[in-house]
Design a protein around this ligand. Structure first.
Ligand SMILES: [Zn+2]
Length: 186
């Protein structure tokens, strides 16, 4: 944890450290795949120059000093970034990478903040909460098949393509999306 650019973020940094430490093994288990080795360590740096919220690059997470000064309830965004560190995907669709990161966040870490059902203007390629909701809806079709396991495995091994979904569910993404929209909220 490096909060040297903002010593006032020490308490928040401590909270992020203990939260990520407590959840690291659990997120690795959620996203296990054959021969996957969890990273031995990663860093979190609070950057006073960065204008976004946070991002992950390799084994490094960068968070915005300005953002976290005023959003200290948003530890969940750090769970999202830690998920990227753990994903280590070789080839994946962008919406799926972001959807799985938010699926870990909202359906595991903070279920009290779950996203609502996507609206008619949304699309599964929106990523983030929209895709997380869609993935959870697909997951609940048959939890024994653990479809997120197969999506994560293919992304990490670099073999992902959209044909995965018909293989697992018998339906294309278009068909699954239409069925989700016709269904009630989960
Ligand atoms: Zn992300």
């Amino acid at each position: 944890m490096d909060y040297s650019q903002a010593p006032d973020l020490k308490d928040f940094s401590d909270q992020v450290f203990s939260t990520l430490h407590a959840w690291f093994d659990g997120v690795n288990s959620l996203l296990e795949s054959p021969n996957y080795e969890p990273v031995p360590a990663f860093s979190v740096t609070f950057d006073a120059e960065y204008d976004g919220v946070a991002y992950a690059s390799g084994n490094r997470i960068v968070g915005s000093v300005n953002y976290y000064r005023t959003h200290q309830d948003d530890v969940g965004s750090m769970i999202h970034e830690m998920t990227h560190v753990i994903q280590k995907y070789n080839n994946c669709a962008g919406w799926l990478t972001e959807g799985i990161a938010d699926w870990v966040r909202y359906y595991n870490f903070e279920p009290n903040r779950k996203p609502g059902k996507p609206g008619p203007d949304n699309h599964w390629t929106d990523g983030y909460g929209v895709s997380a909701y869609f993935l959870q809806w697909i997951q609940k079709l048959d939890e024994d098949r653990n479809m997120i396991y197969w999506a994560n495995k293919d992304c990490r091994e670099g073999t992902y393509n959209d044909d995965l979904w018909p293989r697992l569910t018998g339906s294309t993404l278009e068909q699954l999306w239409a069925a989700m929209q016709a269904d009630g909220p989960i």
